[in-house]
Design a protein around this ligand. Sequence first.
Ligand code: GAP
Length: 516
Amino acid sequence: MGGTKRGAMANKEDLFKKIVAHAKEYGFVFQSSEIYDGLAAAYDYGQNGVELKNNIRQYWWKAMVQMHENIVGVDAAIFMHPATWKASGHVDAFNDPMIDNKDSKKRYRADVLVEDHMAKIEGKIAKEVTKAKKRFGDAFDEKQFVETNPRVVANTRKIEEIKNRLYPAMDNEDMAAIKSLIEDLAIACPVSGSRNWTDVRQFNLMFSTSIGSLSEGATEIYLRPETAQGIFVNFLNIQKTGRMKIPFGIAQTGKAFRNEIVARQFIFRMREFEQMEMQFFVRPGEEMKWYEYWKEQRMNWQLAMGIPAESYRFHDHDKLAHYANAATDIEFDFPMGFKELEGIHSRTDFDLKAHEEHSGKKLRYHDPEMNQSYIPYVVETSIGLDRQFLAVLSFAYTEEKLEDGSERVVMKLPPFLAPYKVAVFPLIKKDGLPEKASEVMGKLKNDFMCFYEEKDTIGKRYRRHDAIGTPYCITVDHQTLEDDTVTIRERDSMKQDRVSIDEISAIVGERLSVKL
Ligand code: GAP
């Protein structure tokens, strides 16, 4: 059997298209309001997608809340007092610099255009290193090569020079300087190929709406752009009512909204998406220890799914957000390349301090061991559920050529995340087999998500369940009526065994445990 995994596939763009088409065909993800030609950057999760998404969310909740006695959950409202967003800095600083290409009429984030340009130069450096590694074999000293090879040195210097112009321009919100940088680097529009750009302008990403009827005097409020602030404003409520002792965490999952300028690439960047965030409150001065701890924990959470380590890398931020003293991203090797999946940020006491100032309410913790009150420091882990979904889906998507020359698409999802764990089929639709299969289904469905199917040949039914990642298919045949045994077929190996009905639960259950 020859499998085609993502890395081996010649054309990653092609692979991405296939994954998007597969997600639609098999009820994972649909374009929002498709019958009206869709709404840009909004997506709906179908019957299989919602199961996979729920399973990822539960896996996260288990790792964060169930496995940590000092972490509890919260479910805050999406609507928050508008002062929240003034305090958090989002009203004044949650902006992206945008630029339009006058020929293609496409809008881009100006800083992303520059970062993509730097990524291309980094790609050239990586190529040189790979070539040299091959040439020199074991004797290769990468550090020395990078420091001395003239082409690599020149390209490294180019990147430094660009950073030295981009970051101060971003910090100072100097839109003219960003525009000059784009012009000096001769960056062209990827669509029109032209360099006919507008000026760079700031664009606030928050969606606003109004609350209350006009006669009462409506108030402008925002749809939350992150779930984190719902945690900060509840810090003291939870600390007091839960008698939480520092260090402790508050976890939350829920929708967030951003009016993204560049909202392409399927569910990677959406205007309505879901976050899974955890704020960990620590003693001032201990934040770096916890930052390292959460970096390791979050990477382990990824690896426990069985996705290989080479699909991930850390990317430490050169340019820190206004609230952070350290920050890193876990990047995943998506079909469109390595991109941010999760952020781990040391946010200092910025948020609680700002909410104290704006609300006039004390947000302090009395540390009984130190006999001192202080504003805790915060280490945050923040992951996009939809991005994690895309990571899992793109890892799992596999095309295989079978020994008999036929092909199959199989979603090699980690079994505990699969929408259905078991599919139950009567071999044929008569002779009492559907009734017996329903009986088997009845025994299993209390413990597992099960799917009952009697239409089409067994082969076609197997293919449909391969395509949605069901780890086990059970077939009830005439022998079942005699001795209460069935065939159980495993998704990846396609191996079939004959087992007694009473054994099915244990076989399936064993594959579903995940060790954290
Ligand atoms: N509270 C910190 C925060 O929100 P962020 O880096 O802006 O940090 C965290 O977002 C994560 O949320 C990202 O790593 C990404 O996975 C996800 N995310 C952010 N914007 C998104 C979007 N437009 N669509 C989908 N996911 C998004």
